[in-house]
Design a protein around this ligand. Structure first.
Ligand code: VG1
Ligand code: CO
Length: 560
């Protein structure tokens, strides 16, 4: 039976502007009549003529409304001339898995249903983002185009009667007004697991994890935080690497993440941190809702900052077969990320890039063959095996480093610092503040720090004095396509290389979140406590930004 395309009249909704990584709003916003339809239609149209006859990947982190949204995308795609959809079973695919699938299938792109680390459930957040044919998040020019379409949209196209059961793996073909349309529901984990097996030496890792090689099994606690990684974690760590059942927790993806806030940091992954602090573990790890972030802790919950994690992996890339085979190109980090990886890059004679916050800025450099490893301070680490950060990949990289060195995590870090010195780093997040005062704070601070007399000024606190070397609102010119991103965060750099960075989050669903990043390098004094070492600079940052006055907050919501 041939199905027909229906044209449905609609009106624009305000505010469908993608942020750092897609559009994120409350579920109640997405479920308004035509809201999701409008945005998906805009994504499809933004692909222009390439959409007709294309293949797209669809999947998400399993949060509330994912399945309904995936089914809706099937009906909209069918009506807009897409020829094939690869849909994760039950709508489930991690963000790195989507990126991998797009690349393996040479798809035009993928629609990812996630609000990442934001809480899920009917009262919380949903999100949609588009990844392009390189597998990476759509660049600014593309998301601006999507946004423009949402402001002018008058109709969307739908095949209303198309019925599809995405709970069963299999291929279904349809006839849409005489044109073929295929939906292939795929196993959510199979392709990704194969990809990881190509990158790492699973046989070696299995002997290490199971204890066959060392005489004692690796004691792990891998916490999927009820997010999408649960299914991947079980297959990889239990079935392939032979870890024991008790090594993995919270491995059932739940629509509300079981009430957890699936953000792998010291505040929201408290259960992991407490358990590893009091128990007998060699490594603890957690991921966010969509599986692209990771937190790594060592025995006794020894915390590895994401900036250090990146630098250590860079130093030991030869422990990973993928890099032995493909070679090591340059490294990169987002601007607020501490510059530990730069030191490794310098030593190895590699290019090192500093890009704005958001994984989309790494893609061009990877596509141009100039970048193979990158990271963000926000618990993002990844390589050019895909075009997204990849939480499970990072844990496999760390286990490879442990296997390669025969050392524990704390020792690996201490040795690294003894060679390179240490970048002390902390981030303060002030979540859900009122928007207007935060915008005012940023514009006031921008005026202060870009005034000519600001450079050369000295600030003192806690017996330390810092002299301003330069200050700006970070802007970035992509070395490959020369596109420019402006206003990417206020940055004060002091003479000794220490930095204060302030920016507003682009991933929240309401209000404003202020992020304050503090970074200070020490060549010799590498065994201090970050909170103590950075206290003077934090006080100076609060003074210059007048953050307590503008936000009314005396303490951050999250400290990393
Ligand atoms: C945050 C992080 C940023 C990350 C982005 C998406 O953005 O700071 O580093 O790329 O989230 O990650 P913002 O604008 O809120 O600071 V995810 O795992 O939420 O897709
Ligand atoms: Co994420």
């Amino acid at each position: 039976m041939s199905l027909t395309v229906e044209i449905v009249a609609t009106k624009p909704y305000e505010g469908q502007k993608p942020g750092t990584s897609g559009l994120r709003k409350k579920v109640k916003v997405f479920t308004q009549p035509n809201y999701t339809e409008n945005f998906v239609q805009a994504i499809l149209e933004a692909n222009g003529a390439a959409l007709v006859g294309s293949t797209l990947v669809v999947g998400g982190d399993g949060r509330f409304y994912c399945k309904e949204a995936a089914e809706l995308i099937v009906r909209l795609s069918a009506a807009n001339g897409v020829s094939k959809l690869l849909v994760g079973q039950n709508g489930i695919l991690s963000t790195p898995a989507v990126s991998s699938l797009i690349r393996h299938n040479k798809a035009l792109g993928g629609i990812v249903l996630t609000a990442s680390h934001n809480p899920g459930g009917p009262e919380n957040d949903f999100g949609i983002k588009f990844n392009c044919e390189n597998g990476g998040p759509a660049p600014d020019a593309f998301t601006n185009h999507i946004y423009k379409i949402t402001t002018e949209i008058k109709e969307y196209k739908l095949v209303r009667n198309l019925q599809i059961d995405i709970s069963k793996v299999g291929v279904t073909s349809f006839d849409i007004s005489g044109k073929p349309f295929t939906v292939e529901v795929i196993d959510s984990v199979a392709n990704y697991v194969r990809h990881m097996e190509e990158i790492f030496d699973f046989a070696k890792l299995k002997d290490f994890v199971s204890g066959k090689a060392t005489g004692k099994p690796l004691k792990m606690r891998i916490d999927a935080m009820n997010g999408v990684t649960g299914s991947y974690v079980r297959e990889i760590f239990l079935n392939r690497l032979g870890a024991t059942e008790s090594s993995v927790v919270h491995t059932t993806p739940l629509p509300d993440f079981g009430g957890l806030h699936p953000d792998p940091n010291l505040t929201y992954a408290k259960d992991l941190v407490d358990t590893v602090a009091h128990g007998d573990y060699d490594i603890g790890a957690a991921f966010d809702g969509d599986g692209d972030r990771n937190m790594i802790i060592g025995s006794k919950a020894f915390f590895v900052t994401p900036s250090d994690s990146l630098a250590v992996i860079a130093h030991y890339l030869e422990a990973i077969p993928y890099f032995q085979k493909n070679g090591v190109q340059g490294f990169a980090r987002s601007m607020p990320t501490a510059s530990a990886v730069d030191l490794v890059g310098r030593k190895l004679g590699k290019e090192v890039f500093e890009v704005p916050t958001g994984w989309k800025y790494f893609g061009n450099l990877m596509d141009a063959g100039r970048l193979c490893l990158c990271g963000e301070e926000s618990f993002g680490t990844g390589s050019n095996h895909i075009r997204e950060k990849d939480g499970i990949w990072a844990v496999l990289a760390w286990i490879s480093v442990m296997q390669h060195t025969g050392k524990g995590i704390e020792d690996i870090l201490k040795q690294h610092w003894s060679v390179y010195g240490r970048n002390y780093f902390t981030r303060y997040d002030y979540e859900e503040c009122a928007s207007d005062p935060c915008n005012e704070m940023v514009s006031t601070m921008e005026k202060t720090i870009t005034a000519p007399e600001f450079v050369g000024k000295s600030y003192s606190s806690g017996g330390k004095t810092y002299k301003v070397k330069e200050a700006d609102n970070f802007s970035y010119t992509d070395p490959v396509d020369k596109s420019v991103a402006t206003k990417q965060g206020l940055r004060i750099v002091f003479e000794d290389g220490s930095r204060i960075v302030v920016r507003l989050s682009g991933t929240g669903s309401s209000g404003a979140t202020v992020r304050l990043y503090i970074d200070s390098y020490e060549k010799e004094n590498v065994l201090g406590q970050a909170s103590v070492m950075l206290k003077p600079l934090i006080d100076i940052a609060l003074e210059i930004s007048q953050l307590p006055k503008f936000t009314g907050r005396n303490a951050p919501t999250v400290i990393t």
